[in-house]
Design a protein around this ligand. Structure first.
Ligand SMILES: Cc1cc2nc3c(=O)[nH]c(=O)nc-3n(C[C@H](O)[C@H](O)[C@H](O)COP(=O)(O)O)c2cc1C
Length: 403
């Protein structure tokens, strides 16, 4: 799970005009569950104040290595970091890094870091194309420092050209890919099966009993697992949103079809994430032709119970497989959590993601609120955000989950 050192990352901010965009980068990284520490330079603080960095990161910020000297904060921050992101990186800070200069908190911390470093430069195109800057960049690249951007576009000076900071979302995705390539976060070599959507239980050739699940959250989880390096099979249960590129697709329409698909896949999967909403009951009889209102066929429908697929899989020997269930409950607060805990016991899942649904929440909506519980029912993490952000959070927690 994401806590303690495994989620510790440092974001160094230097004094470019794009410093304000780094606020969004920090906010997005925090939403994935990372423990983000910001080290701004003194000039960065002239662009965006310390209070903003402290509020978005949830940690104090230091700009001078003599602050927090009792803890030797620069070594502590640098050596605990899983990855280091410099955003925006000025020509000055790039020059210092290339030449091993350590004359403030940021340059000292980055020199004491042994983790992968990603640099997101931003500067006027005349600075970017200056031979001194070009030389520094090529030296850093040779040392294995990762770069994202800059991109071409409008610059603050009013003219345009190369030098603009890459978009915050793009920086976050690249940084997360870098983190995911590290052992703690990677799903490389893992086969992840994600079920997404909602079952449709046919009544006759034109009607079915269904639910509001669009499959959006499951699709985002499949995408995040793919970005984390996994081989992903997405079981498309009447998806209303497009499947992500790069994943294997298998279709299932009803609970029985889904059960069959999962029984076939179970042997070869490492992680199963069951986001699909599965009907508890199905019509006892599926009519061959359209049922007629005039013949009173529709006033009563006899139902029979569907198998509890996850509970069935939860009883099978699973070695190191990780089973992740979803509990979509209309009950909120403590009651919702209690329902979720009951579900963990019933289904024997390793992780259960609880989200409140109904009354405009959960289904189809682009934002969601989730609470991730482990098999003891303890809350690992709770967060709100876009389904994309929450998918990254869920996948990082699964990747770090040790049975
Ligand atoms: C309004 C303003 C905008 C600036 N924007 C940039 C920039 O985008 N990129 C850059 O390399 N330097 C920029 N600078 C220059 C840096 O602030 C300057 O090189 C400073 O020494 C960088 O300090 P630092 O790297 O320690 O933060 C800007 C300066 C000002 C006053």
């Amino acid at each position: 799970m994401l806590s303690g050192d495994s989620s510790h990352v440092v974001v160094g901010v230097s004094g470019g005009i794009a410093a304000y965009k780094a606020v969004n980068v920090v906010r997005l990284l925090k939403k994935t569950g990372l423990d983000v520490w910001v080290v701004p330079t003194a000039n960065a603080l002239r662009m965006v104040g310390a209070a903003t960095w402290e509020a978005v990161s949830g940690h104090p910020v230091y700009t001078d290595p003599f602050d927090g000297a009792e803890d030797v904060a620069h070594v502590l921050l640098g050596s605990k970091a899983k990855a280091f992101l410099l955003v925006p990186a000025t020509a000055n800070v790039i020059g210092k890094l290339a030449n091993g200069i350590a004359d403030d908190m940021l340059s000292t911390t980055v020199l004491s870091a042994t983790c992968p470093i990603m640099v997101a430069p931003a500067m006027h195109h005349q600075m970017w194309t200056n031979p001194a800057v070009k030389d520094n960049i090529s030296r850093l690249k040779k040392r294995g420092i990762h770069f994202i951007g800059p991109v071409s576009g409008e610059l603050t000076s009013g003219d345009s050209g190369i030098g603009r900071l890459a978009e915050p979302e793009e920086i976050v995705d690249s940084f997360l890919s870098l983190l995911n390539s590290l052992d703690d976060y990677s799903l490389r070599g893992k086969h992840v099966v994600v079920t997404a959507g909602g079952t449709r239980e046919p009544l006759d050739p034109v009607r079915f009993l269904g639910n509001y699940s669009s499959g959006r959250q499951g699709v985002e989880i499949a995408r995040a697992a793919y970005l984390a390096g996994a081989e992903v099979t997405l079981v498309d249960v009447n998806l209303e949103v497009p499947a992500p590129a790069g994943v294997n697709l298998v279709k299932a329409h009803t609970a029985l079809e889904l059960q069959e698909v999962l029984n076939n896949l179970f042997q070869d999967l490492d992680i199963l994430v069951m986001t699909a909403a599965v009907a508890d009951y199905r019509p006892a009889i599926v009519a061959d032709s359209k049922l007629k209102k005039s013949q009173n066929h529709l006033s009563q429908i006899e139902l029979i119970e569907n198998p509890d697929i996850l509970a069935g899989l939860g009883k099978l020997p699973r070695e190191n497989k990780i089973l992740v269930g979803f509990a979509a409950e209309t009950a909120g607060g403590q009651l919702g959590i209690e329902y979720a805990r009951k579900k963990i016991l019933e289904k024997q899942t390793d992780i259960l993601v609880y989200n409140q649904v109904g009354h405009g929440r959960g289904f189809g909506e682009v934002t969601n609120h989730v609470c991730i519980l482990d098999s003891d029912g303890s809350i690992m993490v709770e967060s709100s955000g876009s389904k994309q952000d929450l998918a990254k959070l869920i996948i990082s927690n699964i990747a770090c989950f040790k049975k």
